[in-house]
Write a protein that binds this ligand. Structure first.
Ligand SMILES: Cc1cc2nc3c(=O)[nH]c(=O)nc-3n(C[C@H](O)[C@H](O)[C@H](O)COP(=O)(O)OP(=O)(O)OC[C@H]3O[C@@H](n4cnc5c(N)ncnc54)[C@H](O)[C@@H]3O)c2cc1C
Length: 397
């Protein structure tokens, strides 16, 4: 079986590494970038390397949802697959679940691992168009789009007459606009909900919220990533990426809140910020592909189209995207499920597509509920000192 993976970001690379060791499978991996340059610090969820159903469900926000959405045998099969992952790859996953690491080091380690194994992966360095992807497909091949949030094929998965309209296959919910502020701090530092509250006490608006599990003591340096909610107008007026000096000059009211929070940390732990602050402004969206496969082409599309004969899947940010620093873990979950499906050679294509759609939908339910809960908790947190505003946000029955 030949599997074409378009996009060698973390999810496309993980899929390739998983399929590379599947029997009878040859992988063709296409990537447009020449080098991995994204240095932002990311963390993987511990559930990715869980060894039991109980530890898989220990997440404080969505442990119960996992139990409600997934049947026990599904969880057990997923864990059994994880335990069968080749030791070289499994060791990498274990390391990444321990704490922060730069995104490009995840990408480079996966890419190097694939190359060092030396079997079965053909690489193409090129920008792939939707037409190129369709032309690659021979009957019986599998095509996986792992090209990220601006997915190459998401709009092409449902048959239409003429060019597909942009976004028709996407459900998008905008939760908020935020500044993501990252800095290194020269002392061990950790933060729980009490700390978030008291360090923000003098900040009536623009509370600086270090993400739960977003601080990690690494030797003598802590990585701190916090988010500050901003309005749509403020978002529009800011460049996409800037430093602390820009923030202090151009949005002093936001900078004051952030600086107050940092001063409180320094007073407590006597440390210094190492280097400058890195700030990006992003809309925090949660979205999914209504169809994460080409199932409609196989039943109702014109027979002369390449998508009428071969299975096509979206994986990673192509299929689902979520805020609050959980996307890579979600993408890895779906990649593991997909690699397991593709490796089952006796499975009919229709069953493969249906099972993947159902799995992706369940993961969507899980991450949607999780993200809404985090947003709701953040909203309540911002009104803790104002009982009437707080009550306005509560709908008890
Ligand atoms: C500021 C910020 C902080 C984040 N922090 C975290 C975090 O802490 N934890 C977390 O889990 N997630 C985090 N995320 C999200 C995370 O980075 C993404 O979920 C993840 O990178 C998605 O992986 P992916 O492989 O699906 O897609 P991508 O990483 O987008 O990779 C897609 C790949 O496809 C390639 N490609 C695209 N189009 C083509 C084409 N036409 N032809 C050939 N190649 C193509 C691209 O070059 C790229 O290499 C963060 C995101 C942002 C913006």
């Amino acid at each position: 079986m030949r599997v074409h993976v378009v996009g060698a970001g973390p999810v496309g690379l993980l899929l390739t590494a998983l399929l590379q060791s599947a029997e009878g499978c040859s992988v063709h991996l296409c990537e447009k970038r020449r080098d991995y340059t994204r240095t932002r610090m990311v963390q993987l969820a511990p559930y990715l390397v869980a060894e039991s159903v109980e530890s898989y469900r220990t997440d404080s926000i969505d442990g119960d949802s996992v139990e409600a959405i997934f049947d026990p045998p599904e969880l057990e099969e997923g864990l059994a697959y994880r335990q069968s992952i080749a030791p070289d790859l499994s060791a990498l996953l274990q390391g990444w679940a321990l704490g922060f690491g730069p995104l490009n080091s995840i990408e480079r380690s996966l890419s190097d691992l694939i190359d060092s194994r030396g079997n079965g992966v053909e690489r193409t360095a090129a920008v792939v168009t939707a037409e190129d992807a369709m032309a690659m497909l021979e009957p019986g091949d599998v095509l996986i789009d792992a090209t990220g949030s601006r997915s190459l094929l998401r709009d092409h998965l449902v048959p239409t007459s003429g060019e597909p309209a942009e976004g028709t296959n996407t459900v998008n919910v905008r939760l908020e606009y935020a500044l993501v502020i990252t800095f290194l701090y020269g002392q061990p530092y950790d933060c729980n909900e009490y700390c978030k509250y008291y360090k923000n006490k003098e900040n009536p608006r623009y509370k600086f919220i270090p993400m739960v599990s977003r601080t990690h003591y690494d030797g003598s340096v802590s990585h701190v990533t916090g988010i500050v909610n901003i309005s749509a107008e403020e978002y529009e007026a800011m460049p996409s990426r800037f430093d602390g000096e820009w923030l202090r000059e151009n949005a002093p009211y936001v900078a004051r809140s952030m600086d107050r929070f940092i001063a409180e940390i320094q007073q407590e732990t006597q440390g210094e910020i190492l280097g400058d602050l890195e700030i990006v402004r992003i809309p925090l969206d949660i979205y999914r592909a209504r169809n994460a496969t080409n199932r409609h082409w196989l039943v109702g599309g014109p027979r002369d189209h390449p998508f009428a004969h071969s299975p096509v899947f979206l994986a990673g940010d192509s299929a689902i995207g979520s805020p609050y620093f959980q996307s890579i873990s979600l993408g890895f979950e779906c990649a593991m499920f997909l690699a397991r499906l593709v490796a089952q050679r006796d499975l009919a294509v229709k069953d493969m597509l249906d099972r993947y759609e159902l799995y992706v939908y369940k993961q969507w339910l899980r991450v949607y509920m999780r993200s809404k809960m985090i947003k709701h908790n953040k909203d309540l947190f911002e009104s803790l000192d104002d009982p009437l505003a707080l009550l306005d946000k509560l709908h008890i029955y």
